[in-house]
Design a binder for this molecule. Structure first.
Ligand SMILES: [Zn+2]
Length: 59
């Protein structure tokens, strides 16, 4: 079996913290992931708000 490397710091993965080497790296990865998620749906939310305009109701 090949030893997997932590995606954050490239150290050998610890089974208890897989797929990371430590709880710290797990949190770092989670933080990165959330930052990306926040960046993507912003445009979607704005579009959704624009579609829900009250123009249809007034006419
Ligand atoms: Zn790590």
């Amino acid at each position: 079996m090949a030893t997997k490397a932590c995606p954050i710091c490239k150290r050998p993965v610890v089974v208890a913290h897989a797929p990371f080497c430590s709880d710290r790296c797990r949190k770092v990865d989670l933080h990165r992931w959330m930052s990306e998620v926040y960046a993507v749906p912003t445009a979607e939310q704005v579009t959704d708000e624009g579609d829900g305009d009250r123009v249809d109701e007034e006419s």
